[in-house]
Design a protein around this ligand. Sequence first.
Ligand code: 6U4
Ligand code: NA
Ligand code: NA
Length: 158
Amino acid sequence: LAAPKLTTLLVVVSDGNVLLGEKKRGFGAGLWNGFGGKVDLGIDASVEHAALRELREECGIDALDATRRGVLTFHYADAPNPMETHVFHASAFEGTVAESDEMRPAWFPEDAIPLEKMWPDDEHWYPAFLRGEKFVGTFWFDREKKITRHELEVVETL
Ligand code: 6U4
Ligand code: NA
Ligand code: NA
């Protein structure tokens, strides 16, 4: 079995609004998403450290209360290894949200996130995420990045 590629996704929810970024380049360009990227074993002491580092790099803020809320495994038809994405929630942060080379940030009301312009798995797990639940899921995608199969479970502990 191929080892999964570890990545992070951090979503800030503050005063009923969700901070997302439109990805300007690379994997998932054009889609709105939380902030994140690859865990770099050379510089990240932990997956949480990677999540905080990517948030800072991509929109200029430091999350103060990040907690891990989900683990998602993505199988892409054209990728040799699955991607394991650790999803973090934060509500408090320091700094000023700013656009970067990678992301154009914007706030959305919790009940109006732009699901039609997000990864197709997001409609499955954001409701649990926004309810404060923890979750584990696996999604399989075809070459057009459509979901062919999925599993999603709410869990007590990750
Ligand atoms: P680096 O250089 O690390 O910033 P980047 O272009 O951000 O590279 P990558 O592969 O490191 O891409 O990270 C992919 C990002 O996209 C992670 O934040 C996870 C997220 N992502 C990938 N597939 C996703 C999916 N199906 N649903 C989702 N987020 C996904 O909500
Ligand atoms: Na990234
Ligand atoms: Na990155």
